[in-house]
Design a protein around this ligand. Structure first.
Ligand SMILES: [Zn+2]
Ligand SMILES: [Zn+2]
Length: 556
């Protein structure tokens, strides 16, 4: 029997900033919007990415019609290579800039996928149940779009990441089209909540441009080293323009910066190729004739700027009169690594400008409160569900919607997996699909579980203690004194007595177990762990991971 409901839910992106993935389903058709990754917190040791759990999509693969991409940021496209190895996606539609970035990723991962297409504002996709349109928005990467999907139960609009900028560097957002879609009637609006806690209106890119221009003017005689987000192509475009006006050549540092400038040239955002020079050429020019454009604005230890600051960069050594400009602001969680880099720069005596109260040299790609209200007013939806944000951002965004005349009972704060059921009676939160975090360690997906992470945390906090034991099981005989070795727990040289005690204690425990009828290694291991834990805690105040290694050896 056909179900009359349209369902909307997230596999990632709610209660977090990252791994965005949203689904709309009506009967046997599913449309997916975005497939992102999240960069893990520091407590997920050794984990490179977190991706959404694709189980639901694997189980319903036959229903998937499209994966639609709003824009090319990692939290929206980074999961695609992993998704494609697990789930058959018939077609992916992405804007031009995102398509370039996705293609690069697929080539890097050796994935041969033929069904990646470009859409633009004129594109109109139709399926049995859905009619899909796109509208241009402004964001910190070109070609960002929102998506309007009309379903048998009304129109669902997802804004994608956006801000409003009335004097952008790139094209204007298509406010007219948004209002038009709004006029026809929108059932549900899902809107970007990243900056819902910031009052007012975000700084225009043109103002950032002007301020950066002034810094160039004020530091005419110095070499300028500028760090910014490589993906913010419009920013790169106006930095390069500023360099041209100030008769400086530009040298690029960092792989993602190279990639980004390549794509910007290919897509026509940057026209003057000759302004780009090599590091070697930059070193041969007078300092006031060059600008070094680097990655590392987040203090990433391996990125170009951190290496330059630390004096470990192969080609660039800091000069005493250098000026370093951070055209960025730390992403939450990165502040300490950024200040480490800044401290190193100060230590070298160079002048540092960061975005702050005295000078606005960065602007976020996400809307502040007044812009969020404008978005709500343009679409004037019946129901509202904030997305792309942590809980407090979602909650504050709901409050803003209430101020814009959306009744409280028509706003929803959802978790990943929660289903919004839409039918002719309205929208209700009902049911749940499987959603969660999958850890990617290197290129291995999902084989690192919470237990592994816990072990890594324990090891990093308290170290590890291994006990190597040789037993002749046939003759029920312990062949040597158990050998104890440790890393990150105690200093072996200074703890000879403790180690001896542990060894003889182990000997005692093992010998007791060897009296059992049948020698069972697991019993011995459990005994060792259970009795060593209190002993070690008493002696050192800490319990490391205890790892008994038993080998069955025949006595000769
Ligand atoms: Zn974005
Ligand atoms: Zn995003």
């Amino acid at each position: 029997m056909k179900n009359k409901n349209t369902q909307v839910f997230a596999l990632g992106g709610l209660g977090e900033v990252g791994k965005n993935m949203y689904c709309i389903r009506h009967n046997d058709e599913i449309i997916i919007i975005d497939a992102g990754v999240m960069f893990p917190d520091d407590d997920l040791l050794g984990i490179d990415y977190v991706i959404p759990d694709f189980t639901y999509l694997e189980e319903n693969a036959d229903k998937i019609k499209y994966l639609l991409i709003t824009h090319g940021h990692e939290d929206h496209i980074g999961g695609i290579p992993f998704l494609l190895t697990q789930v058959n996606i018939p077609k992916i539609y992405a804007p031009a800039q995102a398509k370039e970035l996705i293609e690069k990723k697929l080539i890097e991962k050796n994935i041969n996928y033929k069904n990646l297409f470009i859409y633009n504002e004129k594109t109109n996709l139709k399926t049995k149940y859905f009619n899909i349109e796109f509208f241009r928005t402004t964001h910190s990467i070109p070609d960002s779009h929102g998506i309007s999907i009309s379903s048998p139960n009304g129109t669902i609009v997802m804004t994608g990441d956006f801000k409003f900028d009335f004097t952008p560097i790139g094209p204007m957002a298509n406010i007219g089209k948004m209002a038009e879609i709004g006029k026809k009637g929108v059932k549900l609006l899902m809107s970007d909540s990243t900056n819902a806690l910031s009052p007012g209106i975000s700084l225009s890119e043109s103002v950032v441009d002007e301020n950066l221009g002034e810094l160039f003017q004020n530091n005419k005689n110095n070499r300028i080293i500028l760090a910014t987000f490589a993906s913010n192509i419009y920013r790169l475009k106006h930095i390069i323009e500023t360099c041209r006006e100030n008769k400086r050549k530009v040298a690029l540092f960092g792989r993602s910066m190279d990639t980004s400038i390549d794509i910007a040239i290919k897509c026509g955002y940057i026209k003057d190729k000759n302004i780009i020079i090599s590091a070697e050429e930059a070193n041969n020019l007078p300092p006031n004739k060059v600008c070094l454009l680097c990655t590392g604005s987040q203090g990433e230890p391996l990125a170009a700027l951190s290496r330059i600051a630390g004096g470990t960069h192969k080609q660039i050594k800091l000069l005493p009169n250098d000026v370093v400009i951070f055209s960025s602001s730390p992403i939450p969680g990165n502040s300490s690594s950024v200040s480490k880099t800044i401290n190193k720069l100060y230590l070298k005596g160079v002048k540092v400008y960061t975005h702050g109260d005295d000078v606005g040299i960065h602007s976020s790609g996400h809307a502040n409160q007044e812009e969020l209200k404008l978005m709500i007013r343009l679409f004037n939806p019946e129901y509202f569900a904030p997305y792309h944000g942590e809980y407090r951002m979602l909650k504050t965004h709901c409050d803003l919607a209430n101020l814009c005349n959306i009744p409280k009972q028509n706003t929803f704060i959802l978790n990943n997996g929660d289903i919004l059921n839409i039918n002719k009676d309205g929208i209700k939160k009902q049911g749940h699909v499987q959603a969660g975090d999958i850890y990617v360690d290197g290129s291995r997906i999902g084989d690192v579980s919470n237990i592994v992470i816990k072990d890594r945390v324990l090891m990093s906090n308290n170290g590890i203690l291994a006990i190597i034991i040789n037993i002749d099981t046939k003759n029920k005989k312990l062949l040597n004194t158990p050998l104890v070795t440790t890393r990150g727990y105690i200093l072996v040289n200074e703890s000879g007595e403790l180690i001896k005690d542990i060894e003889s204690y182990c000997k005692h425990i093992i010998n007791k177990r060897l009296n059992d009828k049948k020698v069972n290694f697991n019993d011995i291991k459990n005994d060792l762990i259970n009795s060593l834990m209190p002993m070690l805690n008493e002696r050192t105040g800490r319990v490391p991971i205890i790892l008994p290694i038993i080998m069955d050896i025949k006595e000769k």
